[in-house]
Write a protein that binds this ligand. Structure first.
Ligand SMILES: [Zn+2]
Length: 311
């Protein structure tokens, strides 16, 4: 009797061991805060991960409505990838806390701030005051809009996935290299398309584009927002229109989540064109992944530059 019991017990242990090994080798459940990070995580993780983004690319990533379903997603996550630089500071910390998942807490084994190796612009000098608007002390968080930073993010993700699944390191590294190669090829194409328009001056709604504009040699001379996160004011709009006419600015780039009323009014007054650029994967349906995002924005800008026919 006793030996049968212990045999049954051993079988039981065996089954639970097999189950836990199978679990250990199952797909990593990756949650990202944005669709850009999700796209890059899919590139690197392939079929060894499942990836889901909390926010949609057509939403303002500074202000995401914290739904209870996000807490459930974080409860089951092995990895949480964030943009960092305080982009998500207004909505992510309570979600992480309420998930009670040790892995995804800041500093946990599955927590990743993807900005570590990226080129970060607009790091403020001196003291930051409320009067400056929504200025990020750790620099401009919209850094994913430079494809070179997309590579930096991919490297961070590959390293994190490899730490959690050491046996899959070669797999992740091979996928990382493949992604970097395809991105480099595309960058040559985008650079060639944009080269004739180097130095063209544009206006944008929010300060989402410093990395993008730097990469492609465009010059942002003003913003529809008077200060980051502050809605347009009549005085600022008037000043902007005067400056746009003085410098013959013909493009106003707007993120899809802003009201077009002021940009359209400015365009009517100055003869400029409003372009709704995609600041993220999923911002428009054509921007279905990280490479398609740049394809969409570069094509839209080049099309407008050609139409305007000016520098
Ligand atoms: Zn911003």
């Amino acid at each position: 009797m006793t030996s049968m019991k212990s045999a049954a017990c051993l079988v039981g242990i065996g089954i639970s061991l097999i189950a836990s090994i199978a679990h250990a080798q199952g797909k990593l459940n990756v949650i990202t805060t944005t669709e850009d990070l999700a796209s890059i995580a899919r590139e690197v993780g392939g079929d060894r991960v499942t990836v889901e983004s909390i926010s949609r690319g057509y939403q303002d990533p500074h202000f995401v409505e914290a739904k209870p379903s996000f807490i459930l997603k974080l409860q089951k996550a092995d990895v949480l990838v964030t943009v960092g630089r305080e982009l998500e500071i207004g909505w992510l910390p309570p979600l992480i806390q309420q998930s009670r998942n040790a892995k995804v807490q800041v500093g946990g084994s599955g927590y990743l701030d993807a900005s570590g190796q990226a080129r970060i612009l607009d790091i403020p000098q001196g003291q930051i005051t409320r009067a400056m608007g929504d200025v990020h002390p750790q620099g401009n968080p919209h850094y994913w809009l430079d494809p070179e930073n997309g590579k930096a993010v991919a490297k961070e993700i590959a390293e994190k996935l490899s730490q959690l699944r050491p046996n899959d390191r070669a797999f992740f590294e091979q996928r990382l290299n493949d992604f970097v190669t395809r991105l480099s090829d595309a960058e040559k194409r985008w650079a060639a398309m944009m080269a004739p328009y180097k130095g063209t001056k544009v206006v944008t709604y929010h300060r989402s584009w410093p990395n993008f504009m730097e990469r492609f040699g465009l010059n942002v001379i003003g913003y529809v927002e008077p200060k980051p996160g502050i809605p347009p004011s009549p005085a600022h709009t008037l000043e902007l229109m005067t400056e746009m006419k003085r410098q013959n600015i013909r493009i106003i780039a707007v993120e899809p989540y802003f009201d077009l009323k002021t940009p359209n009014a400015v365009a009517r007054d100055t003869g400029a064109q409003v372009l709704v650029l995609a600041p993220s994967v999923g911002g428009v349906k054509e921007a279905s992944n990280y490479l398609a995002l740049f394809d969409y924005d570069v094509n839209l800008l080049v099309g407008a530059f050609k139409q305007i026919g000016t520098k």
